[in-house]
Ligand binder design. Structure first.
Ligand SMILES: O=C(O)CCCC[C@@H]1SC[C@H]2[C@@H]1NC(=O)N2C(=O)OCc1ccccc1
Length: 121
């Protein structure tokens, strides 16, 4: 059945994200409320922009970028929406978090990665 990204999602870290309506090209925007951060400043909701495939079976792949408003870092994020019959939709995702480092020799420690599952709120 059609898996639709629009709406509120949460992950096991307690982070929440809102995806606004997806346009005819599969583009969407929204906001990301992270529950965790290594930044010094207080956490704030941050904008996300992305796009998804609109294929017929509805289990779309997608990607988006989060531009953190309180940290000099950016996260990118790819995943697939799974909507098994009778099951609730989940988003199986992988992400990269790129933080600004003060010198190129420190570039080695600038990118973190992870996986995460989102379920509907
Ligand atoms: O500290 C900073 O510099 C800014 C804040 C970074 C928050 C990170 S992004 C990856 C991880 C943390 N929060 C979260 O929900 N994560 C997560 O695993 O969710 C997956 C995800 C990752 C990127 C974009 C959307 C969702």
């Amino acid at each position: 059945r059609q898996c639709n990204l629009t709406g509120w999602w949460k992950n096991d870290l307690g982070s929440k994200m809102y995806v606004s309506e997806v346009d005819s090209q599969g583009n969407f925007s929204g906001e990301y409320h992270t529950a965790v951060s290594s930044a010094q400043k207080p956490i704030e909701p941050s904008p996300l922009v992305g796009s998804q495939h609109l294929d017929e079976d509805g289990q779309c792949t997608f990607g988006f970028t989060v531009n953190w408003k309180f940290s000099d870092s950016t996260a990118v994020f790819v995943g697939q929406c799974f909507a098994e019959k009778g099951e609730e939709e989940i988003l199986q995702t992988s992400w990269l978090l790129r933080e600004k480092v003060d010198s190129q020799p420190n570039n080695w420690k600038a990118t973190r990665s992870g996986q995460n599952i989102f379920t509907r709120m």
